[in-house]
Design a protein around this ligand. Structure first.
Ligand SMILES: [Zn+2]
Length: 313
């Protein structure tokens, strides 16, 4: 199988990790007119509407202005210019509709709205949102509870009491297109979802667990279906950063060896096997709505189907 084409996985800038420990790096870049900066607030990015399509504002750093309540993050370099993000405090849903407060017509937009980004913009916003959310969640030291401050140009937080450095974490989750020997796909309806919404199964990897085990465990827990234990029964297909707030979705094709479905009625309230004909008919009729075009779930489903399917959340 050739690699999956996945949104939010393209990234062309250099993260230049070796520069993070340079003393005064952020101040130096702020003084450089070539530096470009993006602003983030929680999981939202400052955007302007470009012909109806929101695109991130990548402004000269001095145009972003002074923000005493923000944290500067070093994202890397591109074409000889430094890239920064200014992470502002997350003001929650109340601030979602507010302007960006810089005299422009900019506004705040979530990543899922950003469907028309080039590779540079995509890499920048995913890195900025993921890192900003890690800072928000680690304002205090998890061991002693003391306040922490940002270090290494935004790549650590430092406990003020223990002088201990904390590093950003990513939580791996598995997501899998489970297919049986009749070439049907298993799709499930989540308990919290509106009627008609179906997707692939997914779940977090548990401590001390490998990815293939997590695939078999999640499928069994949520649907009772048994995935084979052979070397070709769980195949890696691709991954996608999903910074809501810190997931890395690791995608697989999994082969079912026992297909009886028994849902847990907790996380999952329905799971069904679809033939290609079943699925396209249900999607065209609107009886089944599939995940959005930006998701690895849809990419896994369409890889199995062989082409694009109609309709989306
Ligand atoms: Zn501490």
């Amino acid at each position: 199988m050739s690699p999956l084409h996945l949104p939010f996985t393209r990234s062309v800038h250099d993260r230049a990790a070796h520069r993070r420990t340079e003393p005064g790096l952020v101040e130096e870049l702020l003084a450089d007119p070539a530096t470009r900066a993006v602003r983030v607030r929680g999981a939202r990015v400052a955007v302007t509407d470009d012909g109806g399509r929101p695109r991130p504002v990548l402004a000269p750093a001095d145009a972003v202005g002074a923000h005493d309540d923000g944290t500067w993050l070093f994202l890397g370099e591109h074409d000889g210019a430094g890239l920064l993000a200014l992470a502002l405090p997350d003001d929650g849903a109340a601030g979602a509709q507010s302007g960006v407060d810089d005299g422009s017509d900019g506004r705040w937009a979530g990543l899922r709205e950003l469907t028309a980004l080039d590779d540079l913009e995509q890499g920048i916003v995913v890195e900025a949102v993921a890192l900003a959310q890690w800072h928000t969640a680690h304002a205090r030291c998890p061991r002693c509870g003391a306040p922490t401050t940002a270090g290494q140009a935004g790549w650590t937080r430092v406990c003020a009491v223990e002088d201990r450095e904390l590093y950003p974490r990513t939580d791996p989750a598995v997501i899998m297109a489970v297919v049986d020997d009749e070439d049907r796909i298993l799709l499930a309806h989540g308990a919290a979802w509106p009627a008609g919404r179906y997707s692939t199964l997914a779940g977090f990897v548990e401590p001390g667990e490998g990815l293939e085990h997590a695939v078999r465990r999640e499928v069994a827990e949520e649907t009772g279906v048994v995935v084979g234990a052979g070397p070709d029964d769980v195949l890696y297909r691709g991954s996608q950063a999903w910074p809501f707030p810190a997931s890395l979705m690791v995608g697989f094709r999994a082969r079912a060896v026992r297909t009886d479905v028994r849902v847990d009625d907790d996380e999952i309230t329905d799971a069904r096997w679809f033939t290609r004909a079943d699925l396209v008919e249900a999607a065209e009729a609107g009886d089944v709505r599939l995940p959005g075009a930006q998701s690895i779930a849809r990419a896994l489903i369409e890889e199995w189907y062989g082409e694009e399917l109609p309709g989306a959340w």
